[in-house]
Design a binder for this molecule. Sequence first.
Ligand SMILES: C[S@@+](CC[C@H](N)C(=O)[O-])C[C@H]1O[C@@H](n2cnc3c(N)ncnc32)[C@H](O)[C@@H]1O
Length: 227
Amino acid sequence: MQIDDELAEVAKFWSTRYRNEGFIWGQEPSPCAIEAAQHFRRGAAQRLLVLGCGYGRDAAHFAQQGFEVTAVDFSAAALELARSWTSSEHGIPPINYLLDNIAELDQPNSSFDAVFSHRTLHLLLSKARLTKAFAHMQRVLKPGGLACVSLRNPRDPTRKHAVTGSGESSDMSFRPGHQILFLADTELINVVTPYFSVLSHTEMQERESYARDYATQLHFLTLSKSA
Ligand SMILES: C[S@@+](CC[C@H](N)C(=O)[O-])C[C@H]1O[C@@H](n2cnc3c(N)ncnc32)[C@H](O)[C@@H]1O
């Protein structure tokens, strides 16, 4: 896995969280994964790549829905937790978990029918890395491939805690080590459209975590690979 120093710090932050907090969002699938599974099934997708899978709550849902799932995360602790519960002894079909950085994705060209990423892309912390991530998503998808992604939007309540944040986009320090890149609708679409056609752009909500009882506000995009 290739990783720069700033993202290596982010990976450390997440490994510490998983070691201390375990199943931070519970073991049920996210609302975005439930919707994405329906979308991917309508598109007859089989091979699915999950980016920033954490401990695998959504990867497990996709595997149970019959998709052939590869799931990556750059936190070794996330993958340890994922492998410990999403195994066949818990009735979950096999999932191929891999350590990888989604800004430098090390997966072969044209090898997946669909890509899913939930609450992760804002953690890339720069438009440059986000652009690279979308370029990789396009590269690893087969022609006509689909993607569903969610990432925090500027209506998210945590943005009120931003240390910086006067312009269209800002990153913020919510807790030490936890930076978030917020992109306005048009900024996000400008990053995405060189690589994907936007099928829909809506807003989704999800409780922040068991420990924090407020709703995160998310961009939710359904995309198809541009030729
Ligand atoms: C907020 S958590 C969400 C986890 C999972 N998608 C879920 O909803 O249960 C973000 C996850 O993305 C991972 N992540 C963040 N940036 C990443 C990157 N550049 N490459 C790979 N994984 C990344 C973190 O380690 C963490 O597991």
